[in-house]
Design a protein around this ligand. Structure first.
Ligand SMILES: Nc1ncnc2c1ncn2[C@@H]1O[C@H](COP(=O)(O)OP(=O)(O)O)[C@@H](O)[C@H]1O
Ligand SMILES: [Mg+2]
Length: 264
């Protein structure tokens, strides 16, 4: 069901290294009453270092399923995904070492301190043990956790918990970061500070894959946006390219245009 107005799929800036490659990625689930559901239905995309790549889609579009396959939590039904050249099925451990996954529900262990949390996740995700203490100090400094670093996480305010949760995602210094609807449930200030962190990560040359259903976030953050609907990418391009392809200005209108065209 490819729409005639499908946006072009331009190559990202070719000066930077490809970090994530997804080809024909598919995931089917068997659901009671519904039979086989293709949550992700043969998607293709490529991301480069220094890029925020947006997966924009409504609830149920297939964002989390895609990101779980990339992070090796779910096995693809078909297709391939590679992170830094490592295949998610053949080289799961290398993939997990190469990426960090953050969502609004990223859990922390309430009884660990912030410092213990960072130490733990750095080691679990295979940062060179010799680098761990220095890395933990760096993150404590960067996120202003110092004053609270030795308090149990359960005692922290929601804003501080969020900082620890993001720092935990970065603990092993991964070049690729996945943020799955990270601002869901956050107040405005915490949401803003999260978007700022994402912008810093891009400036450091990392790749960020950012899923959202919030148009303003995608407009502000994403270098390229994939419109995901019923497991398919309906359009992929920079905001400018999507505007040119549709003749529409606001991302919300662009999004609705592609979804309505796909629905016929
Ligand atoms: N573990 C699962 N078992 C069965 N169906 C699932 C499972 N996970 C997701 N789905 C279905 O896959 C589709 C996509 O879900 P999801 O990837 O969570 O979407 P999103 O993150 O964009 O809201 C939905 O129809 C959802 O019900
Ligand atoms: Mg989701």
């Amino acid at each position: 069901m490819t729409s005639p107005t499908r946006a072009p799929q331009p190559a990202p800036p070719s000066s930077s290294r490809v970090t994530v490659e997804v080809h024909g990625l598919t995931k089917s689930f068997l659901e009671e009453g519904r039979g086989e559901v293709r949550a992700v239905d043969g998607i293709d995309f490529t991301c480069r270092e220094g890029e925020v790549f947006g997966l924009l889609g409504a609830n149920g579009a297939g964002k989390t399923t895609t990101l779980r396959m990339l992070s090796t939590v779910l096995r693809p039904t078909a297709g391939q995904a590679r992170v830094l050249g490592y295949d998610v099925e053949a080289s799961g451990e290398d993939v997990r070492r190469s990426l960090g996954f953050h969502s609004a529900s990223t859990a922390l262990y309430p009884r660990l301190t912030a410092r213990e949390t960072l130490d733990f996740f750095a080691r679990v995700n295979r940062l060179d043990p010799a680098r761990v203490p220095e890395r933990v100090d760096q993150l404590v400094e960067r996120f202003g956790i110092g004053e609270y670093a030795d308090a149990r996480v359960e005692k922290l305010s929601s804003g501080m918990k969020q900082k620890v949760a993001i720092a935990r995602t970065l603990a092993h210094d991964p070049p690729v970061l996945i943020f799955d609807e990270p601002t869901v449930g956050l107040d405005v200030l915490n949401a803003m500070s999260l978007l700022e962190v994402v912008e810093e990560l891009r400036a450091e040359g990392r790749t960020v894959i950012y899923s959202s259903h919030i148009m303003s976030e995608a407009e502000r953050l994403c270098d390229r946006i994939a419109v995901l609907h019923r497991g398919r990418i309906l359009a992929l391009g920079s905001l400018e390219e999507l505007r040119e392809a549709t003749g529409l200005h606001y991302l919300q209108d662009i999004f609705v245009h592609y979804v309505k065209t796909a629905e016929g």
